[in-house]
Design a binder for this molecule. Sequence first.
Ligand code: ZN
Length: 247
Amino acid sequence: MRTLVISDIHANLTALEAVLDDAEHSNTGPFDSAWCLGDLVGYGPYPNECIERISQLPNLECVLGNHDAAAVGSIAVDAFNPDARKTVLWTQEKLTPANKEYLANLPERVNLEYITLVHGSPFRPVWEYLLDTRTATISYEFFDTPYCFVGHTHLPVLYYLPDTRVIAQLIVPEHISQMTLAPRAILNPGSVGQPRDRDSRAAYAMLDLTDYTWEWHRVEYDIQSVQERMRQENLPERHIARLSAGW
Ligand code: ZN
């Protein structure tokens, strides 16, 4: 049972296709299910295409991100900085009614038997950023499962809190490609469409539920073609530039 874990696609279809291609053709075989941790849209130029591609993934579980909520008007645009706001308005204009409805119906939280799925944190599923061990440690009070998968920060990271510890330990998977998970852990697969760890490649993870093996993956994609499309659509230059630097 292999599960593809993706987050923060941000309307970057080219990065998404590269991830799906890599995941489907990996030497350990294709995946049986897919979990998406939110922010399907926002920043990038292909919001409809990304929703349509993701919604067709096998046995999909998908939660709502803050950009998804903004795109359907359930979060005020004032909550975003001026550049992000411009993209929110652009996305609202582009989305088809069917795709808006799809986003509007996404749950904020999915509780599976052993794993909780949220976008930001188990305390505030749509908005809270898990950026430090203190916030992560407090988060453990807000989910009951051995594992919680999050997105939102666009940083691949693992917060580990076994019974023997009081403060969660932060592990950045820079030189790890595969690990066996142990309870309790909060994991972020990184961002497909807008990585922010100074590595411009698309990030995703593959989880094998039979033995809880978690693989961190990075995939190159045609960043320039996405940037060209963003320029054609007159999207903010800052969001175009950051894709090639990975911040
Ligand atoms: Zn995001």
